[in-house]
Design a protein around this ligand. Structure first.
Ligand code: ZN
Length: 835
C-alpha cells in the first residue's frame, strides 16, 4: 500500500478499477502455463503498490535466495490499525502481553499455497485470489471489514521453480494431454521438496529447514484462527476439502471438529452449483503434528488441507480416466473457489472464531489437556538441542537451580520412580499457552482413533532427542531460572602435549568436522584411561602435537575452536598413563579424516539423499562429493574413504559390488542405509542376510505358508485392515545398544529408533550387532501385528569389519526428516568414529 495512492483513490473514486488481472498483467499466458516465481513476485508487488487493501512483506529467503512473500489483506481502515489487530490477537493467546488492553474482534485467516513445489496450481491460484482481494467487489470488501486475510503465495519457491522452469524448458506452444508425453514426466528429484529435498509439509514442528524457520517466526507473530493449506494430488482424484479423515488426534477440540464441517458445507455449495466433483473425510488425517493442518490445529486454529487433482504429473493439460481433460485453468478455478469460500465463511463467523480462539487459549493455560502437569528433562548434551526445539515452538520452560528429590513417570523405563532433580535440568510447567502442542510432542504414544494413517504414528520427543525425561503430576516447587549461563573458565594454555575433548553432543560433531576439514589428525580413546590424574573416558577425542607437525598454528586452532564451544575439553602435558593406556599406545587409535562420497540421482530416494546432503552442509559444515548413481563407474573410489548409499530402490551390478568389496578391504568405509541394503543382502562378500541360519529361513517360510493357507476364505471387505497388519507407517522401537562400540559412542542407555521400513534382518553373523531389537521390546505408535512379531531378534544398525575397512548397515534411517536428533550421533559415529 502506498499512502499517496490512497489519497488519490479517495479523490478519484475507485483507482482499483485500473488494477490488472493476472491474465492482463502477465506475459506468460496465465491459466495456460505456469508463472515463473520471479514474475509471481513481480505481480504480487505490483498489486501491493496499487491497492490500499494489501501490504506485502518479504519475510525471508530460501536456500536458493528466492524471496518468501507474505501479503496482508483487509480494509484500508483496518490497515491503519493493523499492528493493534495483530497485537491484541497475540494478547489473546498469552504468548506476549502488549500494553494496550484492546480486545481483538477481527477474524484472522492464513492461506498457504504450494508448500509442495510441483503442486504448482497452488501458487498460480494465489495470484487470482490476491487480485480479487486487492481489487475487491462490494461483497469481498464487506468480508474484509471483519477479517484479515494473510497469504503466503509460494511457500516453497525453490521447489516451485525447479518444477516450473523444467516445464517451461520441455513445453511447446501447445500442451500435450496424453499421459506419457515428457511434459508429464518430471525428472529426479521432482519439484515437491525444497532445495535439500525436504518435504516442508513434514517440518512445521521440527523446523529443520530455513523456509520453515522463517515462516514460523511470522506465524507466531500472527497466530491465525484458520489456516488453509493448498495442495494438489494425483490428477485423477477429485477435489478434497475439510472435514478431514480420521484418525483425529484426541486433543482436537469439539469446536475444531465441528467448524471444519461448516467450512466443508460452504465449499460444497459452490462445487454443487458448478457440477464439480469432490470428496471429504477419506484420506487426509489429522495426527502427525508437523503438517500445515495439524500444527495450526495444535495451536488453536482450524487447520485444513485442500487438495486438487493435478500436481507435477498433470503438466499443462492431461486426459483423465473419465476422458475429460484437466487443465491449469480448472485447477486454478477450483482452488480460487475454496479460497474465496473460506474467506466468506471466516467473515460470516468472525465472532465465533474470535471467541473460540480465545477460549482455546484460556483452556490451554487454565485447564490444559493431557495427563501430566509438568515435565523434567535431565540435563545432558542432548537436552540443549531439545531446549532449542522448545524455543522454536514458543514452549516455555525453566532450568532448576537447586536439588530436590521428586517422583514421576520415567519415559525410558515406563515406570513411576523417584529421581533427583538437579541444577540445569529443564522443568516445563504444562500450564502455558502452548500446552496442547507441548503435550502432543511429549506424549509417549498418541491416542489413535483409527490405525489406518498415511504417516508416522509416534514422534515422542524425549525418545527422538535421546534425553532422560519424566512426566510429573505436579509442578515441582523449586528455584528456577529462565536461562542458565554456561560457566566457561578456561584460560588457554600456550602449548600442550595433547588436547582432549568429550564426545556426544551436536557441538562435538561440528568441532570434529572443523578439525578434520583443517587437516588436524585426531585419536579416539576406545577404553577409559587415567593420565596425569585425569580420567580420559572412552570416546574422548585426543589431538596430539606429535601427530600434527604439519599444522603451524595448532595451539591457536585447537584452543580457539574448543574455547568457542560449550563442550568439555582440556590439555595434557604427558602421554604417560597412570592406568589404562598411554596416548601413544593402541588404545588411542588414529581417526581417518573422512573423504566422503554420496550417491544421488535416479533410483536414490531424493528425501534420503537430501537428508544426508543437509546433514553435511548444515549440521556438520563438512565437504562432500555427490555423484549420480549412473556416473559411479567413472569415479575413482580410491579418492574417497567413506561412501554412502542412501535409502532408495536401486540395484548394484555384480561388478559394482565386487569393486565395492575390494575397496572396503583396502580400507574404505561403506555406509548403506534403508533400501540400499537390499543390494547387499545375501550377497557373496557381505555379512548382511535376512536370516542368520537355514533353520531361521525355513521357519519363516513355513509360517508364511501357514498364513497363506489360513487366509483362503477371508472376506474382501477386511482387506485394508489385514494389509496394515504387515506395515509400519512410522513407529518407535526400543533397541538395545552395545555402548562400547564406536558406532554407539555418545548414546546413553537404549536407543529408540524410528522405524519406517518393513524390511527385517535377523541378528547378523560375522558382524557387530551394535543397535538391535531384543526378543522382547517396547514400541510406540502403530506397528502391524505380523510385523511386530517379526521384529524381535532383528538388527537395526550393524558393523561388518572387512579387511582394513568396514561396512555399516543402517536398517532404519537415522536422519529421517532431519528431526530424529539422537540419530545424528549414529550417523556421525559412522562417518568419523567407526574404523
Ligand atoms: Zn501437497
Amino acid at each position: 500500500m502506498i499512502v499517496s495512492l490512497m489519497v488519490t483513490s479517495f479523490l478519484a473514486g475507485n483507482i482499483n478499477a485500473q488494477i490488472q488481472s493476472p491474465e492482463d498483467y502477465l506475459v506468460t499466458n496465465y491459466g495456460k502455463h505456469f508463472t515463473p516465481h520471479h514474475l509471481l513476485v513481480e505481480y504480487a508487488r505490483y498489486l501491493a503498490d496499487n491497492s490500499e487493501y494489501m501490504t506485502l512483506e518479504t519475510y525471508g529467503y530460501t536456500n536458493e535466495k528466492r524471496p518468501l512473500l507474505f501479503a496482508t489483506f483487509t480494509t484500508p481502515t483496518n490497515h491503519q490499525n493493523i499492528d493493534n489487530i495483530r497485537k491484541t490477537n497475540i494478547n489473546t493467546t498469552g504468548l506476549e502481553s502488549y500494553s494496550d488492553n484492546m480486545v481483538n474482534e477481527k477474524a484472522i485467516l492464513w492461506m498457504s499455497f504450494g508448500v509442495h513445489g510441483n503442486e504448482a496450481a497452488g501458487p498460480e491460484s494465489s495470484l487470482t485470489v490476491m487480485y480479487k482481494l486487492a481489487n475487491p467487489d462490494a461483497q469481498t470488501r464487506r468480508w474484509l471489514d471483519n477479517t484479515v486475510v494473510l497469504i503466503d503465495p509460494s511457500v516453497n519457491p525453490d521447489g516451485y521453480s525447479r518444477y516450473t522452469h523444467w516445464l517451461w524448458r520441455v513445453a511447446g506452444d501447445e500442451p500435450h494431454p496424453s499421459m506419457y508425453d515428457r511434459e508429464h514426466m518430471e525428472p529426479w528429484p521432482g519439484g515437491r521438496t525444497n532445495h535439500y529435498h525436504f518435504d516442508l509439509n513434514r517440518d512445521w514442528a521440527w523446523q529443520t529447514q530455513v523456509e520453515s524457520q522463517q515462516r514460523m517466526e511470522k506465524y507466531h507473530q500472527w497466530m491465525p484462527h484458520i489456516h488453509a493449506d493448498f495442495h494438489e494430488m494425483g490428477y485423477n482424484s477429485h477435489y478434497y476439502f475439510a472435514p478431514a479423515a480420521k484418525p483425529y488426534h484426541e486433543y482436537m477440540t469439539q469446536w475444531q471438529r465441528d467448524f471444519q464441517i461448516d467450512i466443508g458445507r460452504n465449499h460444497a455449495s459452490y462445487f454443487d452449483k458448478e457440477g464439480w466433483i469432490y470428496f471429504t473425510r477419506e484420506n487426509f488425517d489429522l495426527l502427525y503434528p508437523s503438517y500445515g493442518d495439524t500444527y495450526p490445529t495444535f495451536n488453536g486454529a482450524i487447520g485444513m488441507t485442500y487438495e486438487k487433482g493435478g500436481s507435477g504429473r498433470a503438466g499443462r493439460a492431461i486426459i483423465m480416466n473419465n476422458d475429460d481433460t484437466l487443465t491449469i485453468r480448472d485447477r486454478i478455478d477450483h482452488h480460487v473457489t475454496t479460497a474465496m469460500s473460506t474467506i466468506e465463511i471466516t467473515s460470516q463467523n468472525a465472532d465465533r472464531l474470535v471467541a473460540n480462539f480465545k477460549k482455546y487459549y484460556e483452556d490451554a493455560i487454565n485447564n490444559p489437556k493431557g495427563k501430566f502437569k509438568a515435565y523434567v528433562v535431565k540435563s545432558s548434551e542432548n537436552s540443549k538441542a531439545l531446549a532449542d526445539l522448545l524455543k522454536r515452538n514458543k514452549i516455555r520452560f525453566k532450568y532448576a537451580t537447586e536439588k530436590q528429590t521428586l517422583n514421576g513417570y520415567h519415559y525410558q523405563s515406563e515406570m513411576n520412580k523417584s529421581f533427583n532433580l538437579e541444577p540445569e535440568d529443564i522443568v516445563i510447567d504444562v500450564k502455558q499457552p502452548k500446552s496442547t502442542l507441548l503435550q502432543v510432542l511429549f506424549e509417549p504414544e498418541p491416542m489413535l482413533e483409527d490405525s489406518i494413517t498415511y504417516d508416522i504414528t509416534a514422534w515422542c520427543t524425549p525418545f527422538a532427542y535421546g534425553v532422560e525425561a519424566y512426566g510429573l503430576n505436579a509442578v515441582p516447587s523449586v528455584n528456577m531460572e529462565p536461562e542458565y549461563a554456561e560457566m566457561m573458565d578456561m584460560s588457554p594454555p600456550m602449548d600442550a602435549y595433547a588436547y582432549h575433548f568429550s564426545w556426544g553432543s551436536n557441538e562435538a560433531h561440528q568441532v570434529i568436522a572443523a578439525f578434520a576439514k583443517n587437516g588436524v589428525r585426531m585419536r579416539l580413546a576406545d577404553r577409559s584411561s587415567k593420565i596425569q590424574g585425569k580420567e580420559v573416558k572412552r570416546a574422548t577425542v585426543v589431538i596430539m602435537k606429535g601427530d600434527n607437525k604439519h599444522i603451524k598454528n595448532l595451539n591457536q586452532l585447537v584452543v580457539g575452536t574448543l574455547a568457542d564451544s560449550s563442550i568439555d575439553w582440556g590439555t595434557l602435558d604427558s602421554g604417560f598413563s597412570d592406568a589404562g593406556g598411554d596416548l601413544g599406545g593402541r588404545r588411542f587409535r588414529l581417526i581417518d579424516n573422512p573423504k566422503v562420497l554420496v550417491l544421488a540421482g535416479e533410483g536414490v530416494s531424493s528425501y534420503a539423499f537430501g537428508q544426508i546432503w543437509h546433514y553435511f552442509e548444515h549440521h556438520l559444515h563438512y565437504p562432500l562429493s555427490i555423484v549420480n548413481k549412473d556416473d559411479m563407474g567413472r569415479v575413482n573410489l580410491e579418492d574417497y574413504n567413506v561412501l554412502i548409499l542412501p535409502d532408495g530402490f536401486y540395484r548394484l551390478s555384480k561388478e559394482e559390488k565386487a569393486d565395492l568389496s575390494s575397496w572396503v578391504r583396502g580400507g574404505g568405509k561403506l555406509i548403506a542405509v534403508g533400501g540400499a541394503l537390499r543390494s547387499l543382502s545375501d550377497q557373496e562378500g557381505f555379512a548382511l542376510a535376512r536370516y542368520a541360519t537355514d533353520e531361521e529361513k525355513k521357519a519363516a517360510d513355513k509360517a508364511a505358508e501357514a498364513k497363506n493357507l489360513e487366509e483362503r476364505l477371508v472376506d474382501y471387505e477386511g482387506e485394508e485392515r489385514r494389509r496394515i497388519s504387515q506395515i509400519v507407517p512410522g513407529a518407535i522401537i526400543q533397541n538395545k545398544v552395545d555402548n562400547t562400540h564406536p558406532l554407539a559412542y555418545g548414546i546413553e542407555g537404549d536407543y529408540f529408533s524410528l522405524k519406517t521400513t518393513t524390511a527385517t534382518y535377523n541378528w547378523l553373523k560375522d558382524a557387530w550387532n551394535v543397535v538391535y531389537v531384543p526378543e522382547s521390546f517396547k514400541s510406540y505408535g502403530f506397528v502391524g501385528k505380523e510385523l511386530k512379531d517379526k521384529l524381535g531378534g532383528t538388527v537395526s544398525f550393524a558393523v561388518e569389519e572387512k579387511g582394513r575397512g568396514s561396512v555399516i548397515y543402517m536398517v532404519d534411517n537415522p536422519l529421517y526428516r532431519g528431526f530424529w536428533h539422537n540419530g545424528l550421533h549414529l550417523f556421525t559415529n559412522a562417518v568419523f568414529m567407526v574404523e
